[in-house]
Design a protein around this ligand. Structure first.
Ligand code: ADE
Length: 242
């Protein structure tokens, strides 16, 4: 599950540049029985299997770099992972990501290892592997030097607390759909203003929860008032190329 994603694109580049080192381990390495069992039935009964504490503790004890290491457990019961946590994790020297399988971890695992329990969203995946890859990707791309263009991580959605404005590239007319004329005007101030306004529009339409968490600047309030006047709910129109 890891080799494909870890060997492509940004994660690959970060490792090639020596900015991140990622190792994948199999918990069965730290079992001692013939069948290399890592799970067991839940106390109290019920469906599914629970990840046993012994191999996980042994794994963490073997892999830990003392107090430098932060243990993260991926579980739907964790706190929500988001851009702010990605930023915090990207500044840490060593992470150990624990992927649950089956019904989850014996609760003494996160307790005893003082793990940070993270969820990547309100849905249940079949294991913590894909969530671990999500956390790795979101985190590693923030390490300075990983992205070619240093500004792009900063202006990404959520880094600014808003969704991003829409993007366009050539051709100027595609299947009857044009491009906002302002983007071709060469007027950088007008373009910046348009982008901010579109970011506010999108955020208000799609993620009002994000907008409620930010304090709008004077310019933002002005742009929001303009959107109100244009009747955003009805889908305001604007000049486009033909
Ligand atoms: N394991 C299974 N589902 C998960 C989720 N949504 N987040 C983190 N770990 C998980």
């Amino acid at each position: 599950m890891f080799q494909g994603p870890l060997q492509e694109s940004i994660l690959r580049r970060a490792q090639d540049k020596g900015l991140a080192e990622i190792r994948v381990h199999d918990l069965r390495t730290w079992t001692h029985d013939r069948h290399r069992v890592v799970d067991d039935v839940p106390y109290g009964g019920g469906a599914g299997m629970v990840l046993k504490p012994e191999p996980v503790f042994e794994a963490v004890e073997a892999l830990r770099h003392g107090p430098e290491s932060t243990v993260v457990a991926l579980t739907p019961q964790g706190i929500p992972f988001g851009q702010r946590l990605a930023d915090e994790l990207s500044r840490l020297p060593h992470l150990i990501l624990l992927c649950g399988r089956y019904e989850g971890f014996d609760d003494r695992i996160p307790q005893g290892l003082q793990a940070l329990e993270l969820s990547i969203g309100d849905y249940v995946l079949s294991g913590g592997e894909v969530p671990a890859l999500v956390v790795l990707d979101a985190t590693i791309r923030l390490i300075p030097g990983v992205l070619g263009d240093e500004t792009s991580a900063l202006t990404d959605s959520f880094a600014m607390g808003l969704l991003e404005h829409p993007h366009f590239t050539r051709p100027p007319s595609f299947r009857g759909m044009g491009v906002p004329a302002v983007l071709l005007s060469g007027d950088h101030q007008a373009i910046a203003r348009w982008r901010r306004k579109q970011a506010l529009r999108r955020t208000r339409e799609r993620r009002p929860d994000l907008l409620a968490r930010t304090t709008p600047s004077d310019l933002d309030q002005e742009l929001l008032a303009e959107l109100d006047a244009e009747g955003v709910a009805m889908g305001g129109s604007e000049e486009t190329t033909r």
